[in-house]
Design a protein around this ligand. Structure first.
Ligand code: NAG
Ligand code: NAG
Length: 377
């Protein structure tokens, strides 16, 4: 506990340093009216898209110390689980945001900066409430949605009800969650409570049915374009290779989970769009995007798609990435930054496919098509 508190105050001082540096930049946001021109962007989910909420929480799921953020402009950790940017950051660049939406818990998310959007994601969470209980205090999905409602009340106070409603309706949402329901729940340890309770196919159906409720609750809060990512190649991440590799390759069992889950997610999203009579939910096939560079790393400029850049043990896949870990000198050559998270370079490849990939990657359409469609209506 004492150690957690120490980390917590350290992260606060890091935040202070970061914001002093950014003060001049903040000044330009307040002056520039075009700050409102780009559509608002909202982010929900887990560590793949958390950009610092967990810095403000008492949790072991955090990325606020060296060497996280080593390749960011400040070279300082921000709470992102990456050497630099994550996919939410890169999407915000693609859609022309002046800056990535701030973590919702950041004290700097105030005034007109709220109009850029907000990031509610929290490392360690899953679709199910019991996923990630080992990380203590994290923002589970029902809390992320409750904060989104609170955010809307704050924006209404700022620009009025009608304008706030329009801002939400015209926004873009990214939701990335589900991986932890497998790697940090069903497959946590040799025999988890969930795996003793349900065989995999029934567990997958249960997770999908809970996700469907969650997505409908999100839709009811107003957004009309929601990017939903499937799970990555969970059985191929260094953390799983270290503990469950099958004949030196990906864990067949964990890959089986993704092979069941991802197509059912895709079908569920199609079903929701049909019910709503419009293409609200966009299904992103991140599992395939990951497999592309895992199976053929050299085609993407990687020398390594199995060993994490930062970590220790087999595949650098055991334990956390800390200042004591092995650290690769050139992060751009590694598909994985730590045991579970892609490098910034891999994240750029993923967003490239989300933006302009074919129907194999993005269904029913890619982000560039969404942006073109929505700009004319
Ligand atoms: C998860 O928690 C929320 C709020 O605490 C609750 O409304 C919901 O029913 C829970 N879900 C399950 C499956 O228990
Ligand atoms: C995706 O985006 C590209 C443009 O970047 C476009 O040519 C293509 O048709 C789109 N594909 C789909 C399936 O929407």
């Amino acid at each position: 506990m004492i150690q957690l508190m120490a980390t917590y105050s350290l992260s606060n001082s890091v935040t202070t340093i970061c914001c002093l540096i950014f003060l001049p930049f903040l000044g330009t946001i307040y002056l520039a009216p075009q700050a409102e021109a780009a559509r608002a962007f909202f982010v929900f989910g887990d560590s793949l898209v958390d950009n610092g909420n967990n810095n403000y929480l008492i949790t072991s799921a955090r990325a606020d110390s060296y060497p996280y953020g080593i390749d960011s402009p400040t070279h300082r950790p921000s709470g992102r689980f990456s050497n630099g940017l994550n996919i939410a950051d890169i999407i915000s660049q693609k859609i022309g945001s002046v800056e990535p939406p701030l973590p919702y818990l950041s004290p700097d998310l105030n005034g007109r900066r709220l109009l850029i959007g907000a990031n509610f994601a929290s490392a360690g969470v899953g679709i199910l409430n019991d996923t990630g209980i080992q990380f203590l205090n994290i923002l589970r999905m029902p809390i992320q949605l409750a904060y989104f409602q609170e955010y809307q009340r704050r924006v209404q106070a700022l620009i009025g009800r009608d304008q706030a409603k329009r801002l939400i309706e015209q926004s873009l949402v990214l939701i990335t969650v589900g991986g932890n329901d497998f790697v940090n729940n069903y497959y946590l340890g040799p025999s988890s409570a969930r795996s003793r309770q349900l065989p995999l196919p029934r567990y997958v159906k249960y997770v999908i049915s809970e996700y469907e409720k969650l997505l409908m609750n999100l839709y009811k809060l107003g957004p009309r374009r929601i990017l939903v990512t499937g799970t990555g190649a969970m059985g191929c991440v260094p953390g799983e290779l270290a503990t469950r590799a099958t004949n030196g390759g990906c864990s067949a069992e964990v890959q089986r989970a993704g092979a069941l889950y991802n197509p059912q997610l895709d079908q569920m999203l199609k079903g929701l769009n049909k019910k709503l009579g419009k293409d609200v939910f966009i299904s992103a096939n991140n599992g395939q995007m990951h497999l592309d560079f895992i199976n053929n790393p050299r085609a993407f400029g990687f020398t390594n798609s199995k060993v994490a850049c930062c970590g220790q043990g087999p595949y650098n896949g055991v334990g956390l990435c800390t200042f004591l870990s092995n650290l690769c000198p050139n992060r751009a050559l590694y598909a994985f930054w730590d045991a579970f998270h892609p490098s910034e370079k891999a994240n750029r490849i993923i967003v490239q496919k989300m933006n302009s990939g074919s129907i194999r990657y993005m269904s029913p359409m890619n982000l560039s098509t969404i942006m073109a469609l929505d700009s004319t209506t």
